[in-house]
Design a protein around this ligand. Structure first.
Ligand code: SF4
Ligand code: SF4
Length: 156
């Protein structure tokens, strides 16, 4: 499976030598490990702020390769899809998956060995069992009222 994220030509271990705010666009994009967990619908408790993950995936998500099928033009179809940046990561950190590279670096933690930037292979995120490959249901098959029947623990 080809990796749609370009990780060529980047300095070795660049993420250990620069703060998130100093990363170039290609470096920032290369941090995404392709787990697909940010494309799942979540349920947020209004009173406690607690976030529950569901296996109900965004309508543009393809769980065979854990990719957005329309990434460059996704906002035409899903205007609410969040564009994570060094500036807004603090406000989104509470719901980001705990293995998400952006979350880990924001929290001052190292990347896992299965991260494609370390393994050199985009398949290792799936082999490690932390991705949503073949584990989701599409949102057009499950009404929002039934999402709570599909709450899952984050695969880590
Ligand atoms: S959760 Fe993070 S690492 Fe995983 S696909 Fe989303 S942005 Fe990429
Ligand atoms: S629009 Fe694409 S990137 Fe955004 S949540 Fe949906 S599948 Fe993921």
């Amino acid at each position: 499976m080809t990796d749609p994220i370009s990780r060529d030509g980047l300095a070795p271990r660049f993420w250990e030598n620069k703060p998130l705010s100093k990363l170039s666009k290609p470096e920032w994009e290369a941090l995404c490990d392709g787990c697909g967990k940010c494309c799942l619908n979540k349920l947020e408790d209004e009173d406690t702020g607690e976030v529950a993950l569901t296996r109900v995936a965004c309508r543009l998500f393809d769980d065979s390769d854990c990719r957005c099928t329309q990434y460059p033009i996704r906002h035409q179809f899903v205007p609410e899809c969040i564009v994570l940046t060094p500036k807004n990561i603090s406000e989104h950190a509470y719901w980001l998956p705990r293995t998400c590279a952006y979350y880990l670096l924001w929290a001052g933690q190292p990347l896992y060995d299965w991260h494609p930037l370390i393994s050199g292979d985009s398949a290792t995120v799936h082999e490690a069992g932390v991705s949503m490959q073949d584990r989701t249901v599409p949102e057009f098959e499950v009404g929002e009222d039934d999402w709570e029947d599909h709450i899952i623990e984050e695969p880590t």
